[in-house]
Design a protein around this ligand. Sequence first.
Ligand SMILES: [Zn+2]
Length: 394
Amino acid sequence: MDIITRSVKSKAVEILSTLVSFPVLGGESNSAIAEWIESYLTEHGIVFKNVHDPKENKRSIHCRIGPAVDGGVVLSGHMDVVPVEGQPWNTDPFVLTDGGDDKWYARGSCDMKGFIACCLAVLPDMIRADLKKPIYFAFSYDEEIGCLAGDALAKDIIEYYSERPQFAIIGEPSMLQPVVGQKGIVIYKTTVNGSAGHSSRIRNEVSAIHEASRLILWLEEKMNTLIDAGHVDYRFDPPHTSIHCGKFLQSGIAPNVISDQATFYWDVRVIPKDKASNILADFTLYCRELEGKNKKRFPDFHISTIESHPDVPPLDTPDHLDVVKLIRKISETETLSTVSYAAEAGQFSAAGFETVICGPGDIAQAHRANEFVSNLQLGKCVAMLLRLVDISCA
Ligand SMILES: [Zn+2]
């Protein structure tokens, strides 16, 4: 590590220790951490823009460094973290702790305040440099509870600036390996309304539990049918779209009473070639078929499905795009990979950015006790961003 990289990395550690001291969980107000970042930007003379959530107690931040010309790069990260309750932490999760093993421990150190800290630490170099292409920061909230802010943030950047930024680098933990593919996810909630009655009359009434069970098995069959029809993508593990019911709300009141309502949640994690909306459309057709059959016995029989978490689209960035050339150059890594976790990358891609994921730390450390990011990864991330500054001056 050269002397400049080392001093910027020290600055990144200092900033990281402040960022992790704001225990902003997904779903909570992020005002405290947003205010700190905003005042840091203001101190450096950077004008920023907020994208508020409808209740106004949460906000994303974006800003531009450099000239208002097309072809800039957005560096994006989320400010929220996951909870620590029930996890066996050896240190205070909201105090950045030097483990003496070249690792920095804290909630969010890896996922993903480490990346944000590196961006902010490199800011003075970005300002000093004679940038010919702009660099943008885009920091979101509520990523950890379903990427709730990414879509609006990406679209606001496109609308707000007169010039057109071209690339987005999402700094999710990838050990600084360029990631070009990611599965999408959507969660649905389905409610079945049947008719109550004595259990002996099961052939006269319509049990909501029985009909809901048919629907869940249909979903499993749908997944298998897609696999059999060749809907696979071996860049992912598992290589297919998964459909799964993980929560069946307590239904029914007694063993001898036919249940009149059943609710279940199911998630769909799509490979890029599949669309959750197509699966939902087929599911809805099957629901209509069941309704037609059961309305003969119970005219008010009804099945409804809503999105319980918004559709987070997959990422599928083709190798030939310029963003791949860019990330290979600045990360000094040729190999491209894919991930099965959901992130805001698909949302930036859908908004029109050429998008990749590349950030410090290992996703294996995320969301668990004693989360850490290594000194080496922070140093490499700073070096990557300094290379981006260099390239943006050409
Ligand atoms: Zn994350």
